[in-house]
Design a protein around this ligand. Structure first.
Ligand code: GTP
Ligand code: MG
Length: 197
């Protein structure tokens, strides 16, 4: 799919203040520093569109980007960062929980997972929550450039094995790298397919 235009619209702390829910919406979530903002920049081909940082906790709000005047990409703040206070954690849970449950045009959530790690509790808990709430989601294994393809594949297998302990149906997944653009065509093709339906 050709991205003709990608523009920042708003940052919000509340789902009910987000832009009107009239267009299909795809949101990116995952642990802090997993590469959500970088992936949005890679997909749109605009390096500085979403703010990125080497230290976790950069994205703090619900950020809407309008693509081709037809659909939204949403950059969300991450979870699982150890140095976050209890209060900040509760604020995150409330904001994201409300967004995931209430956002009517939320078409698919991309749950980003660092392809270098074994299954981690915060990710599994978040995926379980989405499954229980019936929120449509897929998995994205990020930073694939940081290790060999066979290592990534092994971690994907370990992940799906872990999820199959709880879920009969396993989510679709993508492998990406914001560095070398791995997975760009696949993710954009997937969004395009859904938008056409
Ligand atoms: P928060 O907003 O803090 O939750 O983080 P985030 O998930 O948005 O991560 P961000 O995109 O800011 O990236 C975090 C760090 O990882 C930055 O230093 C990025 O350059 C790096 N990074 C992200 N994606 C990739 C990737 O695919 N490959 C490599 N090598 N580095 C990546
Ligand atoms: Mg971010």
């Amino acid at each position: 799919m050709l991205i003709r235009e990608a523009k920042f619209i708003t940052s919000n702390s509340r789902a009910d203040q987000c832009p009107p829910a009239t267009l299909p919406e795809y949101a990116f979530i995952g642990r802090s520093n997993v590469g959500k903002s970088s992936l949005i920049n890679m997909l749109t081909g605009q390096k500085g569109l979403a703010k990125t940082s080497s230290s976790p906790g950069k994205t703090q709000l619900i950020n809407h980007f309008l693509i081709n005047n037809e659909w939204y990409l949403v950059d969300l703040p991450g979870y699982g960062y150890a140095k976050v206070s209890k209060t900040a954690r509760a604020t995150w849970s409330k904001m994201i929980g409300f967004y995931m449950r209430q956002r009517e045009n939320l078409t698919c959530v991309f749950v980003l997972i660092d392809s270098r790690h074994p299954p981690l509790a915060p990710d599994i808990e978040f995926i379980d929550m989405l499954g229980k709430e019936g929120v449509p989601f897929v998995l994205v294994f990020t930073k694939a450039d940081k290790q060999s393809g066979s290592r990534t594949q092994q971690n994907v297998v370990d992940y799906t094995r872990k999820l199959s302990e709880t879920w009969d149906e396993l989510p679709r997944y993508f492998i990406t790298s914001a560095e070398d653009m791995t997975g760009r065509d696949e993710v954009l093709g997937f969004i395009n397919e859904i938008n056409k339906q």
